[in-house]
Design a protein around this ligand. Structure first.
Ligand SMILES: Cc1cc2nc3c(=O)[nH]c(=O)nc-3n(C[C@H](O)[C@H](O)[C@H](O)COP(=O)(O)OP(=O)(O)OC[C@H]3O[C@@H](n4cnc5c(N)ncnc54)[C@H](O)[C@@H]3O)c2cc1C
Length: 481
């Protein structure tokens, strides 16, 4: 009997691995990585620059909203490197880490009520991503709701964090925090006496590269005549056209496109094509390592993620499940910061080893890479229509027809290291505005909340001139040092 049971288990394990491999092969976007589709003409309705999570969200909402209205719109995506090779392909994939810390930052800059609406928006992004991955059966995107724990390494920082969590909960009661003093935290989460306390809550993780690949793959199969993608196509300039029959000319290293709408989904690089954002949006380098843990590091099979907070800085860690392990979706970058690497290599052993040499021995850095995060001077993303005084160019045409959304340049960028909590719904909102449905009481569909935009998009994200005046990058010096 035992023999039969074990054979059945072995068979089930073998078929699961086979199934995982088949799923992986189906979802692995080898043919997409360097995709270069010919467009029927060089005229598009919407050009999206970039191919990360923001670009995917914009494209999806333009195409879905247009289909809902029965309108045909051609979308062309231009990516300077390989598909999804920017921050999205390098991200840790933690969604909404440290909401109490974020709430505290936000309430100082925008007030309590606005801060609460932003945190709620991020919670709704988690819900929409969950619904979308479930509806489309994108298991490979590895979306998981996880218990997330923030560790504090001094009593002062722990006590301050408890206060922040209590305040955040008063304004956003749906945030369920648990607060842990040193001994309790160490007993429950593992770790040594360097951990002085913890705040835990429910958040989520995702594999951003796989998720975005699923979106592109699905859109390409649903809209073969309306979506075209080109990688290795750097946009070198956007210009006002000479002729008055379209909005803009978008010039790449190889060709020129005509279109009515240009979307800058270029994250930290947005300032290159939008001169007015220089000094308001910049990039900072983030470093990632894949570690093989050792010693008493708790194996919870991917159900937990960690944040280590100190002062104005933090590290995050997620665990991949032991089953269904997959690799190969990280694009290496050439630039690595040695001090960041040394820190990352050491921080987890410093918290989870108990100072016996053999415990420290087993930790091994398996891979390391870096990527650029887009930071804005007021720590909020720029989402919406770009004023012509920021782009230094006007569209070639304005339509008389009030039903048509006027040709414009748009942006969704600068998520300040928290793109997984912002980018999907921000990008979706831009697509909805281009489609002209922002005021409609629209039905929900997975990945998009119901109702008019103003019901779910926090206000104050538009890159208005008034806002930009106060969003100087100089603020960050004051903020972080
Ligand atoms: C190392 C690292 C770890 C991170 N971890 C987390 C995390 O755990 N949780 C979290 O919430 N956020 C995290 N982030 C932030 C998050 O990854 C980003 O905010 C998010 O991926 C931004 O997505 P995006 O689509 O706007 O930009 P990107 O993914 O950067 O895409 C922009 C694309 O535009 C392309 N591009 C730029 N200029 C041009 C041009 N002129 N022509 C054509 N194409 C162009 C780039 O090649 C790039 O592919 C992390 C970021 C980094 C770098």
């Amino acid at each position: 009997m035992g023999f039969i049971k074990s054979r059945i288990e072995n068979f089930m394990l073998a078929s699961k691995i086979l199934h995982d491999l088949q799923e992986q092969t189906k979802a692995l976007p080898e043919h997409l990585v360097n995709i270069n589709q010919n467009t029927p003409t060089n005229r598009a309705d919407v050009i999206i620059i970039g191919s990360g999570i923001t670009a995917a969200a914009v494209a999806r909402s333009v195409l879905l909203e247009s289909r809902r209205l029965g309108v045909s719109r051609r979308v062309v995506v231009l990516e300077s490197r390989t598909l999804c090779s920017g921050a999205t392909g390098r991200s840790g994939g933690q969604i909404q880490g440290s909401p109490h810390e974020q709430f505290d930052d936000l309430r100082r800059s925008v007030g309590f009520a606005h801060a609460a609406s932003i945190i709620r928006f991020q919670i709704s992004q988690i819900q929409e991503l969950a619904k979308l991955c479930a509806a489309e059966k994108w298991d490979i995107a590895d979306f998981r709701e996880v218990e997330t724990v923030d560790f504090y390494l001094t009593d002062e920082e722990r006590d301050a964090a408890f206060e922040k969590a209590k305040t955040a909960k008063r304004y956003v009661p749906e945030l369920a925090f648990r607060m842990w003093h040193g001994e309790d935290a160490r007993r429950y989460f593992g770790g040594n006496r360097n951990i002085r306390g913890a705040v835990s809550y429910l958040a989520a993780t995702i594999s951003p590269f796989r998720f975005v690949s699923c979106v592109w793959k699905s859109l390409l199969s649903q809209y073969p005549f309306f979506l075209y993608m080109k990688t290795n196509a750097t946009v070198v300039s956007v210009q006002t056209p000479v002729s008055k029959d379209h909005g803009y000319e978008v010039i790449t290293t190889h060709e020129t496109f005509k279109c009515d709408h240009v979307v800058h989904a270029t994250n930290a690089f947005a300032g290159e094509l939008i001169p007015g954002l220089r000094g308001k949006l910049t990039g900072i380098l983030g470093t990632m390592t894949a570690l093989r843990p050792s010693g008493r590091f708790p194996n919870v099979n991917g159900r937990r993620s960690w944040v280590v907070s100190y002062g104005h800085g933090y590290d995050t860690a997620t665990e991949r499940p032991t089953t269904g392990r997959r690799s190969g979706d990280i694009i290496d970058d050439s630039r690595l910061e040695p001090l960041q690497l040394a820190h990352l290599h050491g921080i987890l052993p410093a918290l989870f080893a108990f100072y016996r040499a053999e415990e420290l021995d087993g930790w091994r850095t398996k891979r390391m890479w870096s990527g650029v995060m887009g930071m804005t001077g007021d720590l909020l993303p720029f989402v919406g229509r770009l004023d012509t005084s920021l782009t230094y160019r006007s569209p070639g045409v304005y339509y008389d027809n009030l039903q048509t959304v006027q040709p414009s340049e748009w942006i969704s960028a600068g998520y300040c290291g928290k793109g997984m909590a912002w980018a999907w719904l921000c990008g979706t909102s831009v697509g909805i505005r281009i489609a002209g449905t922002e005021n409609e009481d629209a039905p929900p569909y997975p990945g998009r909340p119901a109702g008019p935009l103003r019901h779910w998009l926090p206000h104050g994200l538009e890159p208005t001139l008034e806002r930009l005046e106060k969003a100087d990058l100089g603020n960050l010096v004051h903020r972080f040092f």
